[in-house]
Design a binder for this molecule. Structure first.
Ligand code: ATP
Ligand code: MG
Length: 574
């Protein structure tokens, strides 16, 4: 490809709305352009990168026996009603009606469609296992589409669904996909970690891992052990209660006037106690049910654990002040676990019952209680692990201190079990002629998000640094001057020779200053650059530069094509 013909509009300025580096660089390098919030066009170079990632994914799926299909984006509402998700998926689901007023959605995921397919086609255990996948646009009306391709509303996902006869089969399929995912992300040149994750909204009872690309801009918190292989999403990481000596307020248990003292910090400052001496009391609303949640003052509540412990609400959030005032007769900063109305369930984190002589709200506006005794005074209905893990805590597997990192979720593998096969009736007859539900798994790779994640990890001040396997082209040829006939001729010759050798090469034949061409080449991130100028050419040489290291070397005109070819082969095979 000649750069003069290539639609590759590069920009010097950082686009104002792009917060993260991958978004900035993708726009600046002319890989994508925005159509609407979270909706993008891929320009030629962006699409080439995307296709390379897709092909790596495809090869690894095929290697594990996956069969590619292509399912519809438009999905009938009836299937989602059958699975029970039509009413729980919420605002993320793009819903639409046809001219006959029939309801549909744009697929955010395809469990319903694939299970519907299987219930029609699979009769016997002999047809199982099946691993079916597709690479396709997904649609989710995300609350906050942002970070470019990282969180789009239209994005590209590979989704594979496994159908097995039993748990053992599912475990095998899961293991296969886990291995395939490791290979995919390694081949894409990403530093990643599989982490234990929460089962979340997809449901199902089995295990799940997320594949996290480690990067500062990641939206997920990850904890990992400094010694062993334990790693988990903070949403999931289990905690053990820690017992600590309370700092107590001098004197007896009593009601204390705390005027205008609302936040934890204000209470601690006013009473001169650390946060560890406080019990935080939070009124939560799960769908239309209220309950009081208790947790140590310095801890952060993990709402995912809370929702799992309470059985899974569609929506779970702090009750607004008017609800607090209506039920407890005080403003939210004074809510406490004493004299709790009958019928209001009280759920405590494991650490709360182990505390002694605590400070807590009094359920009267502007009053707190000091030296309350949780074991005697608090009516606690349920005790669970409800808090966020903290770095430095002991690993539950080996005891070494945990560390934390940020991660971008680029994939997830998930044991679904029989949730969808039961609700939609995807059954088969086993060896004994008995009807059984298929045991399912689902496995997603965020293809477009992986592209963005790769840039988060592979860039410098000048632009993107593509790992060879997913680079838009392997090599760019930069003739320093388009006025010098010998330089132009040599550049053309090398261009054709490289093409003949199967090297993916672009020739920057634009009538631009060399500096402009170098800047664009660095910005786009071609792994190799050949500079052809009259000075070196006088000695029969050209300059070969590696984008990643910045190393340059002079290579003779005769040897340069072979040298490039072998550098590429080496990079692709490692
Ligand atoms: P997240 O928690 O980031 O919203 P998710 O758990 O909803 O992701 P899955 O349903 O597991 O995502 O989808 C599989 C993969 O698709 C994810 O691992 C992620 O890489 C990708 N993905 C999900 N949502 C988006 C999005 N809005 N934009 C781009 N990629 C996405
Ligand atoms: Mg996920």
């Amino acid at each position: 490809m000649r750069v003069s013909q290539l639609l590759n509009p590069t920009l010097r300025e950082v686009p104002a709305e792009a917060e993260v580096i991958s978004h900035q660089l993708m726009v600046r390098a002319g890989l994508i352009r925005k159509s609407a919030a979270g909706v993008y066009t891929y320009l030629p170079l962006g699409l080439r990168i995307l296709r390379k990632i897709e092909n790596i994914v495809r090869e690894e799926m095929d290697a594990k026996g996956g069969q590619e299909v292509l399912m519809p984006v438009i999905q009938p509402a009836e299937l989602w009603m059958e699975s029970g998700r039509w009413n729980v998926y919420g605002d993320e689901l793009f819903r639409l009606k046809d001219r006959h007023n029939r309801e549909f959605c744009l697929g955010p995921t395809h469990e319903e469609i694939i299970t519907d397919l299987i219930r029609g086609e699979v009769r016997s255990y002999k047809q199982l296992p099946l691993l079916l996948y597709q690479i396709q646009n997904k649609y989710r009306d995300e609350r906050r589409p942002r970070f470019g391709l990282m969180r789009g509303r239209e994005f590209i996902m590979k989704d594979l669904y496994s159908f097995d006869r039993d748990e053992a089969g599912l475990n095998e399929s899961y293991q296969k996909m886990y291995e395939a995912y490791c290979r995919i992300f390694s081949r894409c040149g990403l530093a990643y970690r599989p982490v234990e994750a929460d089962a979340g909204a997809i449901g199902g009872t089995g295990g799940t891992h997320e594949f996290m690309v480690l990067a500062e801009s990641g939206e997920n918190g990850v904890v990992y052990c400094s010694e062993c292989d334990f790693a988990a999403n903070v949403e999931k990481a289990e905690c053990r209660p820690q017992v600590i000596e309370n700092v107590v307020v001098e004197g007896e248990r009593k009601l204390v006037h705390t005027p205008e003292i609302r936040t934890i910090d204000e209470v601690c400052g006013f009473l001169a106690v650390p946060k560890t001496s406080l019990v935080k009391s939070l009124l939560y609303q799960g769908d239309d049910k209220l309950f009081l949640v208790l947790i140590r003052g310095d801890r952060e509540l993990n709402e995912i654990k809370l929702n799992n412990a309470l059985g899974g609400f569609v929506s779970l959030e702090l009750a607004p002040s008017h609800v607090v005032e209506g039920l407890l007769g005080c403003e939210p900063g004074s809510v406490g676990p004493v004299e709790v109305p009958v019928g209001l369930m009280v759920v405590a984190d494991e650490e709360v019952p182990l505390m002694k002589k605590v400070v807590c709200g009094a359920n009267q506006t502007d009053y707190h209680i000091v030296n309350a005794d949780p074991s005697l005074e608090f009516r606690i209905d349920q005790i669970h692990d409800l808090r966020m893990v903290e770095p430095g805590e002991a690993c539950l597997k080996c005891g070494a201190p945990l560390k934390e990192a940020r991660g971008i979720e680029v994939g997830q593998v998930f044991k679904l079990g029989t949730k969808y096969s039961k609700s939609l009736g995807a059954t088969f007859l086993d060896e004994n002629g008995e009807e059984k539900p298929c045991v399912m798994g689902c496995y997603g790779v965020g293809v477009s998000r992986s592209l963005a994640a790769s840039i988060e990890q592979n860039h410098d001040d000048y632009g993107i640094i593509w790992p060879m396997p997913i680079a838009p082209y392997h090599c760019i040829i930069v003739p320093v001057s388009t006025k010098d006939a010998q330089v132009v001729a040599e550049a053309d010759k090398l261009y054709h020779e490289l093409q003949r050798l199967g090297v993916e090469v672009v020739l920057d034949d634009r009538d631009e200053r060399a500096g402009v061409k170098f800047k664009d080449a660095d910005l786009v991130g071609y792994p190799l650059r050949v500079t052809i100028g009259s000075k070196t050419l006088a000695n029969g040489q050209v300059e070969l530069r590696e984008r990643k290291t910045g190393e340059t070397q002079l290579v003779s005109v005769e040897d340069v094509a072979g040298k490039i070819k072998s550098l590429i082969e080496k990079a692709l095979s490692s």
